[in-house]
Design a protein. Structure first.
Length: 215
């Protein structure tokens, strides 16, 4: 028996399944009779978060099922990494994907804070889902260094990125789209959160996902 196509939302760093964007997509897809799966990507606790664990969690969740992945920020980067390793992924929608993630972190923290993090083993990070600071282990950065900054995948992909994104420069998505003919980039007059552009994002996503030919 043919299983229905699954749709997963991968939330961003220091976020949760309760995020505004995750719940927005859940409501919109539910209106079309589609259940959105929103895993908590910090299943072992935020302190122990790694990209490797996130990829393993998605693989356990999906198995060999075909899937559509919607990812925000780090979740967008993780979705791209996963699609590069799993051809059964059929389409992607990426919201301000954090390409070049490892270098972004190194640039943001600077050498002194990086050295402090390495020496002390943990640093406090504000967690938006918890609305408080939580510790994050240094192995998060060590693990991130293992992954390619711009994953190579060939599935049809729609990318949204704000022109005023202060966290992940829009140029990273521009560079990615230039090198990947399977990617369509839509630049928005917005910031990293993109929450002021959700209706526009949904209109484009609905056409891209729901009117796509079956594979």
């Amino acid at each position: 028996m043919h299983r229905p196509l699954r749709v997963l939302y991968l939330h961003g760093f220091a976020s949760s399944p309760a995020s505004q964007k995750a719940q927005f997509f859940a409501r919109k897809l539910a209106d079309r009779g589609i259940r959105l799966e929103i895993p908590d990507l910090a299943e072992h606790g935020f302190e122990n978060l790694t990209i490797s664990d996130q990829l393993d969690q998605i693989e356990r969740l999906l198995g060999n099922d075909g899937a559509i992945l919607i990812g925000s920020s780090l979740g967008g980067y993780v979705a791209a990494l996963y699609a590069a390793r799993h051809s059964e992924v059929q389409r992607l929608v990426l919201l301000a994907p954090a390409f070049n993630f490892y270098q972004l972190w190194r640039d943001e923290l600077g050498p002194e804070r990086l050295e402090t993090w390495k020496r002390e083993g943990k640093i406090p990070i504000f967690h938006y889902g918890e609305n408080r600071e939580l510790p994050l282990h240094y192995r998060f950065l060590q693990d991130a260094s293992r992954f390619e900054p711009y994953p190579e995948f060939h599935q049809p992909t729609l990318v949204f990125h704000g022109n005023h994104d202060a966290s992940v420069p829009v140029q990273s998505s521009m560079l990615f789209a230039e090198r990947h003919p399977n990617v369509r980039l839509i630049r928005l007059n917005s910031d990293h959160a993109l929450t002021d552009s959700l209706e526009t994002i949904w209109r484009e996503t609905e056409t891209f996902l729901l009117n796509a030919p079956a594979r």
